[in-house]
Design a protein around this ligand. Structure first.
Ligand SMILES: [Ca+2]
Ligand SMILES: [Ca+2]
Length: 508
């Protein structure tokens, strides 16, 4: 078994390296200078690598030669009347991802090896009237095929309304925008550890979506989003089993709060947030109502306050920049009869060299608390709620920011403007040795109430290669290996797992 895993790992690594070599062989971008911007566009015939006339398939619309206008949409906007009176844009995206999963249940005696195909189509209709009234509709078709184990609770939703909202502004220049209807949480940050779903927009088939209201404020130094939303779930309960279904509201549950960004201290950036999750339904069967540690169903009020800051520490001219990122959040409130007291911490230090390949290394640490003691009337489980879980804790998604301690080292290079290669090493521990190991994929790795299995749950090595051909096309491939820790050994298993994926994102 070990030699199988080793061969698979070598195979996936070899595949990745070959892919890298293939990508590197594509025409690379020259370092952008003023001179290249005024040069005429290169000869088109030499710059069309995806022509496949034998199959009658012409994907050249996806490729944009350097120096020409690149847009996300194939169709130009349809405009009517005087300038900016009425603008209609049709568009969408298609994501296809193939995943090979080996021993994701971390149980060698049970064969759960899977090859999955994730497919998601978005169709968008965007109508803007005089820059003041906007109507937006996004249809979703999310599918998974070929699976043996249904991959995650939020992967399937066949032709459904994913977003449908109106946006209102007092005037096109107004800093305030009111958005009413079905919507996702706002894009806040590129560097945040959790709380920012759009990180996963291209990864999970369905990211959290809500019905409700959001008020945006945007100025030079300050952005704010104030919201009151009802979470939706793309599942229903049939004969005691939860099944994929169209999106529906969760009665009694509300998510509200405010995300804020302060840029007045540039190049440092401060984000702060106040978030609330309320659930008043004590008798709901699906999704089940919240319970206390002694299994009494009750209402929930979870409040979160937190802040994130990042920026440079020191810049060496023509040499490199040393940077930092720090985040902390505290949660309190009650879950049924229990008091909530939980927190998260993040710290990273990074260095980016001045070099055309932009080499960057980051050393980071994450902590999300787990419950200290079962049955003591206090809930110490940090809940990242609707936050990101793909990426910060490894590409294999075995961990989320709940009952987790992590140290990671990541390194990336960008050999061309379009190509990025990232290598990651993660080491994971449980925060509380008696509380469960929680996975964002919904796989239960259990808990040891005695605590004798220790905290060491494993380590992960990942390699990802991303090629952003144009605004319309992104190709990504990657591989990962999970090294089981003492926690798995105590269960009598190596706890090793392997992962490989190839993903294409097409916008149109
Ligand atoms: Ca297995
Ligand atoms: Ca407790």
């Amino acid at each position: 078994m070990a030699s199988m895993s080793y061969k698979l790992l070598c195979g996936t690594f070899l595949f990745s390296m070959l892919s890298a070599a293939a990508f590197a062989a594509l025409p690379s971008d020259p370092t952008p200078t003023i001179a290249t911007q005024i040069l005429p566009a290169p000869t088109v015939q030499q710059e069309r690598p995806w022509s496949a006339p034998a199959q009658g398939l012409d994907l050249n619309f996806l490729y944009v030669p350097e120096g020409t206008t690149d847009t996300e949409h194939v169709l130009p906007p349809f405009t009517l009347g005087c300038p900016d009176e009425l603008k209609i844009q049709l568009g969408g995206s298609y994501v296809f991802r193939y995943e090979k999963r080996r021993n994701f249940d971390l149980n060698s005696s049970k064969d759960d090896n899977d090859s999955l195909r994730f497919m998601r189509t978005f169709l968008d209709l965007d109508v803007v009237y005089r820059g003041m009234i906007r109507g937006y509709m996004q249809l979703i078709d999310a599918q998974v095929s070929n699976y043996r184990v249904e991959p995650s609770p939020f992967s399937i939703d066949r032709w459904d309304i994913y977003q449908l909202f109106v946006e209102l502004k007092e005037s096109p220049e107004s800093p305030f925008t009111l958005r009413l209807g079905r919507q996702v949480l706002p894009t806040v940050s590129e560097g945040r550890v959790w709380g920012k779903p759009p990180v996963e927009y291209y990864w999970f088939n369905i990211i959290p979506v809500f019905d409700g209201a959001m008020l945006d404020y945007k100025s030079k130094n300050f952005d704010s989003h104030l919201f009151l939303l009802r979470p939706l779930v793309p599942r229903t309960l049939q004969d005691g089993v939860s099944r994929a279904d169209s999106l529906r509201e969760i009665d009694g549950r509300l998510h509200y709060g405010s995300y804020n960004v302060w840029r007045g201290w540039a190049p440092h950036r401060l984000e702060f947030y106040l978030l609330g999750l309320h659930d008043g339904d004590k008798n709901r069967v699906f999704p089940p109502s919240y319970t206390s540690e002694d299994k009494v169903a009750g209402s929930l009020d979870r409040y979160t306050v937190g802040a994130f800051m990042r920026g440079p520490i020191h810049e060496w001219e023509n040499c490199g920049t040393l940077g930092y990122g720090i985040e902390g959040a505290f949660q309190w409130g009650h879950q049924s009869n229990d008091d909530i007291k939980a927190y998260m911490l993040h710290g990273d230090i990074n260095y980016q060299w001045v070099h055309p390949w932009k080499p960057k290394v980051t050393l980071l640490g994450n902590l999300g608390t787990g419950d200290r003691k079962r049955g003591d009337g206090e809930n110490n489980t940090f809940d990242p709620m609707f936050g990101a879980s793909h990426g910060p804790y490894g590409t294999m998604d075995f961990e989320k920011l709940t009952n987790l301690r992590e140290v990671a080292l990541t390194a990336s290079v960008e050999p061309t403007k379009k190509l990025k290669v990232t290598a990651e090493l993660h080491k994971f521990w449980l925060d509380s040795r008696t509380a469960p190991w929680v996975s964002p994929l919904g796989i239960n790795y259990g808990s040891d109430p005695t605590g004798q299995s220790g905290r060491d749950i494993g380590a992960e090595a990942d390699l990802t290669i991303a090629y952003q051909a144009s605004k319309k096309l992104r190709i990504e491939t990657g591989a990962g290996h999970y090294f089981g820790g003492r926690f798995s050994e105590k269960r009598g298993d190596t706890g090793n797992a392997n992962f490989m994926f190839v993903q294409t994102v097409i916008k149109f």
